[in-house]
Design a binder for this molecule. Structure first.
Ligand code: GLC
Length: 441
């Protein structure tokens, strides 16, 4: 009889869905392990735009404010309440395993003590200090990986072609010498950040304004990896990165990348804004569950104020997420993406040995949940973080047919988590899924 059971090979590498050039998959695979296990990172958009609470860099580029007025914010950037130890401990409490901070956004203002430009918060603001150095020190004390966001675009540099949305300084093809001066500058800053901070991860942004040839992406990759071969590079380097970065909106179907990370704001803005459209803990947790179910990471953003304080709502969000992560740790960190669509109506993850399935139940849970096409025997179902054993039942199994029945698990309201309940389904052996059309064969 035709073999109806399809083994789902969970560790097979799907071909990367974005163009990666001349990159050895083995090199990427080894260094990406911590990233794949990490699941959650915290993004920090710190910058002078927090002074007025306006769009990071884009506000002057899009002419909502003049460049001169935008730059006046330098005078209001104080960091007088900046407490990197508190930031790092909050990130740790959230459960995140890495953090990414803006070292320089498109406005060109360095958030660290760059020797290559006068435009830094150290030289031009009352804060007079480097934000990145003490932050990375505090993260490293807590074993949290350090990521450097760096904008390739620099709308403040005289040698950068782009400036306002409808005016630029020059075109590259007409003045290669000038472009070469910019290249020496930005690549110098990358080398400087690499040597000074040794980031575990680079988060480039703005690659869309020039081609890989113009940025010299391959050279940029070499500068980074020759200093720190294990550095991970995000996918915004015109084909020379290690993983893909969908932004804000969750992809409807599972992305086809080996590694990917959804970056998302906590309200509707990256930097500090007068914006009260906060996502609720429930919304963030359900999005996070969806991301890990599909084999990705979530990079959740926060936007500190000009004095370095983190908005209360953001602190609340990170603490609630952290408490949920702590309770359900085993289903989240060091797992792999879960069931393909069609087997269960909700997110799921699997232990790396594929013998434990974790089901994430949104909202009210009183009733039964169903798994389709599970060929394994279930040894035990428990509620994670609570320990209650639940009954499961197989419905519609025909004794002589290899088609598995439907599994129903009864979940009483009393075991519900206030956000998302997680069931731990212990299987007899690594998961095997039936992928056929049903019927008798
Ligand atoms: C976009 C924006 C930038 C923001 C980034 C975060 O690329 O240009 O302002 O920092 O998204 O992902």
């Amino acid at each position: 009889m035709k073999q109806l059971i399809t083994m789902v090979c969970l560790f097979v590498c799907i071909q990367a869905g974005f163009a990666q050039k001349n990159i050895d998959p083995k090199e990427i695979h080894d260094k990406m392990q911590w990233f794949g296990d990490a699941k959650l990172g915290i993004f920090i958009h710190a910058g002078i735009y927090a002074v007025n609470g306006i769009d990071e860099s884009w506000s002057f580029h899009n002419k909502k404010i003049s460049y001169a007025d935008y730059m006046k914010q330098l005078q209001g950037f104080t960091l007088k309440k900046y407490d990197p130890a508190f930031w790092a401990s909050l990130i740790q409490e959230s459960g995140a395993r890495y953090a990414v901070i803006t070292t320089k956004h498109h406005d060109g203002v360095a958030m660290y003590d760059t020797k290559l430009s006068n435009l830094s918060i150290v030289k031009q603001t009352p804060a007079k200090k480097d934000m990145v150095k003490p932050f990375f020190e505090e993260l490293r004390k807590r074993n949290i990986k350090c990521g450097a966001y760096y904008s390739l675009i620099d709308w403040s540099s005289d040698n950068y072609p782009g400036f306002l949305k409808d005016s630029s300084r020059y075109t590259v093809s007409k003045d290669y010498d000038r472009w070469n001066r910019f290249r020496a500058f930005f690549q110098g800053q990358i080398k400087e950040i690499s040597d000074t901070f040794r980031p575990d991860l680079w988060w480039f942004d703005g690659d869309w304004e020039h081609s890989a040839e113009e940025w010299e992406s391959q050279k940029v990759r070499t500068i980074i990896l020759s200093g720190n071969p294990k550095s991970i590079i995000n996918g915004r380097l015109q084909g020379y990165g290690d993983y893909e970065t969908p932004e804000q909106n969750f992809p409807v179907s599972r992305p086809g990348y080996n590694w990917w990370e959804l970056c998302m704001t906590s309200n509707d803005n990256w930097g500090f804004h007068h914006d009260n459209n906060w996502k609720t803990p429930y919304e963030v947790i359900t999005i996070f569950a969806d991301v890990i179910s599909n084999g990705g990471n979530l990079l959740l953003d926060m936007g500190p104020k000009e004095d370095g304080a983190i908005p209360e709502e953001q602190i609340h969000l990170l603490k609630e997420l952290g408490a949920w992560n702590k309770k359900h740790e085993e289903a989240i960190f060091n797992t792999v993406g879960g069931l393909p669509q069609g087997h269960f109506y909700g997110p799921s993850t699997l232990s790396k040995d594929a013998t434990t399935l974790y089901l994430f139940l949104h909202g009210k849970v009183n009733g039964q949940v169903m798994i389709k096409g599970l060929s394994n025997k279930i040894e035990e179902v428990t509620v994670l973080g609570n320990g209650t054993k639940l009954q499961s039942k197989v419905v519609g199994k025909i004794s002589w047919s290899p088609v598995p029945g439907l599994v129903y698990i009864t979940v009483p309201d009393s075991v519900a988590d206030k956000y998302v309940t997680v069931l731990k389904v212990k299987l007899d052996k690594p998961i095997r899924l039936y992928k056929g059309h049903g019927g008798l064969n």
